[in-house]
Design a protein around this ligand. Structure first.
Ligand code: ADP
Length: 257
């Protein structure tokens, strides 16, 4: 039985095809999210890659910010539930998931079956989210993928004291004007995100093992800084950005069994 999960996020659409609730057959990611044709591209391309037709799919579950606008879905599910299930599938010892996406942060406590027990979310502010990093990558004129490299090159990370993205942007510009290196400012940006996220994690309570999901998991600088702020290991799977789509595919399987 083949099921499909699609996560239509604020910046990126992701899809995963799952066989019998156990085996990942294919995945696809496109940097176009809610309000674009990202979901359609993601859906068509994954079927093409797997050489499947829509009739071959037993069930489709959509999650993410744009989940209610995806007409091909049989069901919609919350991102919280999908990230919990997807991360538990990838890293079964996980009891706390830190999901950092393009516009929000979620800290989810799981039971040993990967079901959500409780959670915390950030307020509407972009601080600590992928959006904050995206804005800073433009100011620093580095690619989002290069934060990690710059973070580990830093010898004297800048302190970014403003959490508000708009004020922090001015702060970053002024630090660069005063001669701070790109690496030191980039490390300061990663530390600022980790500091913001870790206060949310501490509010929720740390149940080990802790794992990260969402696109910001690709930023090893943020992950390293989070480990220092939380004083524990933060696991990350190469599949972390696809965890929500994977969770949706698992849920699609469970709907039919
Ligand atoms: P959403 O579901 O809201 O679209 P994602 O979980 O897909 O969000 O995460 C998107 C964020 O992930 C981006 O805002 C960006 O900051 C970060 N990101 C994406 N790709 C990379 C990468 N290669 N390296 C570092 N960070 C990344």
């Amino acid at each position: 039985m083949i099921t499909l999960g699609i996560d239509i996020g604020s910046t990126t659409s992701k899809s995963v095809l799952l066989k019998d609730g156990k085996q990942i057959l294919e995945s696809y990611l496109v940097k176009a999210g809610t309000g674009t044709n990202g979901a359609e591209i993601c859906f068509n391309e994954i079927l093409l890659k797997a050489n499947l037709k829509i009739e071959d799919l037993e069930c489709i579950v959509a999650t993410g910010y744009g989940r209610n606008h995806f007409k091909q879905a049989d069901f919609q599910a919350s991102e919280l539930m999908c990230h919990a299930l997807g991360t538990h599938f990838l890293l079964p010892r996980t009891r706390t998931v830190i999901d950092i996406g393009g516009q929000d942060i979620k800290v989810i406590t799981l039971n040993d079956k990967g079901m959500l027990e409780s959670f915390q979310m950030n307020d509407k502010c972009a601080a600590g989210t992928g959006r904050f990093l995206d804005v800073m990558s433009q100011v620093l004129q580095i690619k989002i993928d290069n934060f990690e490299e710059e973070y580990f090159k830093a010898d004297n990370p800048s302190v970014i004291s403003n959490t508000c993205t708009v004020f922090a942007e001015s702060e970053v510009i002024s630090q660069l004007a005063q001669g701070a290196t790109i690496s030191n400012v980039a490390a300061g940006v990663c530390n600022s995100v980790a500091s913001r996220v870790s206060s949310l994690v501490k509010r929720q309570g740390i149940n080990e093992e802790v794992s990260i999901s969402g696109g910001v998991a690709k930023n090893g600088g943020v992950v390293d800084s989070l480990e220092k702020h939380l004083n524990c290991n933060v696991n990350r799977s190469d599949f972390a950005q696809l965890a929500g789509a994977l969770g949706a595919a698992i849920l699609a399987y469970r709907k039919k069994n």
